[in-house]
Design a protein around this ligand. Structure first.
Ligand code: BGC
Ligand code: BGC
Length: 606
């Protein structure tokens, strides 16, 4: 029932304590090496597996289970294919694409000897100030409902059919249960004050779909509901999830989440297990968790029946995953099929990028011909780390540069490919300055720097209040009569009216991942001058009218977004939808109380 982190528990320790599971947290790798090879990952998986085997001296050893955050591809692994984050995939509204991505991700995870991913995230983010908004497919539950079954099926296969959890498949996790997208003011791990009806109709539906598709594990959520932490909420974890929803897999805690249930560690552990947590994900102090749980059983605080139930659930999942009969991790799975960073997966990721882009404005400057001179500006233009966002090689996604992505292409790489050899040229100039003749067009790539979890929480949604440089670049270019195309890298909708006004076209690229070339595929005409790829993406989050326009969700009674849920221009719309000027007078500061965010819930449409 104890899951330790690979940096804190050696194979020998895991075997000595007969731990059931290990994980690698964000930014944790074999040997602490960010550039660890696929062989290094497999060797470490074998080492844990073999140590556990050896320790029992029998063929009845309970095999170890390794979990990882493959949340947008196998994103902790050097050279892996990194797919767009969920918010971009939500904009794509493409279930087939989702299933294909899940299949590819499972293949890459299996190729490293790992059997379990902590995905999909089924959060329905309702306040975009939340730092995990980009892990959410949409503000409306329908997208999570559609995608949950496709992703779970792609990862695990179909229960009862051949190949379920067989080679190339891995265990999935529905996370986080329940309500995390609805915390007050979008505070990560905060309190959710909505009704049970809202919890059910907005937040549980994706989980329900995942369970119907056979998801084998569920991760408890860090948030509380009316003041009670979900990790200690017996009604939600046991009565609702395992009872009403019929979930027969196991519940894993979030990172030390069980410790938030009470002041005293042992008491917190016991109460969390009693509430329904079956496996304790322990950040560092796994020995303490181990002893605390034993102590709680010896005092009678936790019954043996509860332990038996938790263990039965874990063993059942391990049996379904075939762990008792399968060979060592390095010899399992996708060794035959496409592995980490396979060109087929990268092609799929590039397609996902094309499908996810949302066009907010176009006065006709797009699509671009290939035989033109393009100035490429902005600090996101040639920055694969930035375009991947959080949960990429490191937990926060910070500290990565292009050399950390041996298989990746930046957006700029794509613009070069699109123009060179076709009579044009793309020149990189981060600050937008140019020495010689003015370019025909400027593409400015800018947006949020990577973050994860609470580090991404914001007080407001103003982009230029965070970084005014891109706006300055856009305005300088427009003063010199150079048409500007903005490409916005972001984990959420933001108030960008000044930037919209300073752009002839404005494209939201979300956090596209390693295949930045997909942006050029849509911005440029094909080599023969014809349109190869039109825009496809539609907003899965409503776009704010001002910096404090949040919560803002489709179905609100006084719904008045700048761009509504489902909005996304196509090339044919360019003339008809030519917008006027957007109001620039609002900023994050000094908003009257009447303009503060409204509460949602009752207004949600059935
Ligand atoms: C996150 C989870 C993640 C876990 C393991 C937690 O902080 O909330 O989503 O799966 O860490 O890295
Ligand atoms: C994250 C882990 C990460 C750790 C770093 C946790 O909250 O989920 O993935 O490694 O924090 O302290």
């Amino acid at each position: 029932m104890v899951q330790a982190e690979i940096a804190n528990a050696t194979p020998e320790e895991v075997a000595e304590f007969a731990l059931g599971s290990i994980l690698n947290g964000g930014g944790s790798f074999p040997g602490g090496d960010k550039h660890a090879s696929v062989d290094d990952w497999r060797a470490l998986a074998d080492a844990y597996h073999d140590a556990v085997r050896r320790s029992t001296q029998s063929d009845r050893a309970v095999p170890i289970l390794w979990g990882t955050d493959a949340v947008h591809g196998h994103s902790n692994v050097y050279g892996a294919t990194v797919f767009p984050h969920n918010i971009g995939l939500g904009a794509a509204r493409d279930g087939d694409l989702m299933e294909a991505i899940a299949v590819a991700t499972a293949q890459e995870v299996a190729a490293t000897g790992i059997d379990w991913t902590f995905a999909p995230t089924l959060a329905v983010a309702r306040d975009d100030r939340w730092g995990r908004t980009y892990e959410s497919y949409a503000e409306h539950p329908d997208v999570a409902v559609d995608y949950a079954s496709r992703v779970v099926t792609g990862l695990q296969g179909v229960p009862g059919e051949a190949g379920f959890l067989g080679p190339g498949r891995i265990l999935a996790t529905g996370k986080h249960f329940l309500g995390e997208g609805h915390t007050t003011d979008g505070r990560d791990q905060g309190d959710v004050a909505c009704t049970e009806e809202t919890l059910r109709d907005l937040h549980a539906r994706g989980h329900q779909a995942a369970i119907a598709a056979g998801v084998q594990t569920v991760m408890a959520a860090f948030n509380s509901w009316h003041g009670t932490k979900v990790h200690g909420h017996r009604y939600l974890l046991s009565d609702v999830l395992k009872g009403a929803l019929g979930f027969d897999g196991f519940v894993v805690s979030d990172w030390d989440g069980f410790l938030q249930v009470a002041e005293d560690r042992a008491e917190a552990t016991g109460r969390s297990v009693n509430a329904g947590v079956d496996m304790l994900m322990v950040g560092v102090e796994w020995r303490a968790a181990y002893h605390d749980l034993l102590q709680q059983v010896s005092t009678g605080a936790v019954s043996m029946a509860r332990i038996d139930d938790a263990v039965r659930r874990i063993l059942r999942v391990k049996a379904r995953a075939g762990l008792f009969s399968r060979p060592r991790p390095s010899r399992r799975g996708a060794v035959e099929g496409p592995g980490v960073g396979d060109p087929v997966h990268r092609k799929l990721a590039r397609r996902a990028v094309r499908r996810s882009l949302v066009l907010l404005k176009n006065d006709g400057v797009l699509p671009l011909r290939r035989d033109i001179r393009v100035l490429v500006a902005g600090d996101g233009a040639d920055n694969i780390g930035k375009q991947c966002g959080g949960w990429t090689l490191t937990w926060q996604g910070t500290g990565n540069d292009n050399t950390d992505f041996p298989n990746g292409t930046s957006l700029f790489d794509g613009f070069v490919q699109a123009t060179a050899n076709h009579g044009g040229a793309a020149t990189l100039s981060p600050d937008g300055e140019f020495a010689q003749d003015p370019p025909d067009v400027a593409i400015v790539v800018f947006g949020e720097d990577p973050y994860a979890e609470g580090d991404g929480d914001r007080d407001h949604l103003s982009y230029s209040a965070l970084d005014s440089e891109p706006l300055a670049i856009l305005r300088r270019l427009q003063e010199r009569r150079i048409p500007t195309v903005s490409v916005f890298l972001t984990g959420r909708p933001m108030w960008v009216n000044p930037e919209l006004n300073a752009s002839n076209a404005f494209v939201v690229a979300w956090l596209p991942g390693t295949e930045g070339g997909g942006v050029a595929d849509v911005l440029f005409r094909g080599p023969n001058g014809k349109l190869d790829h039109d825009f496809h993406g539609r907003l899965s989050f409503s776009w704010p009218r001002h910096a404090m326009h949040t919560p803002l969700n489709v179905g609100d009674t006084d719904y008045g977004p700048l761009f509504p849920y489902g909005f996304g221009l196509r090339y044919g719309d360019a003339a008809a939808d030519r917008p006027g000027r957007f109001d620039e007078s609002d900023s994050a500061r000094g908003l009257p109380a009447s303009d503060r965010p409204r509460t949602v819930g009752s207004a949600y449409p059935r």
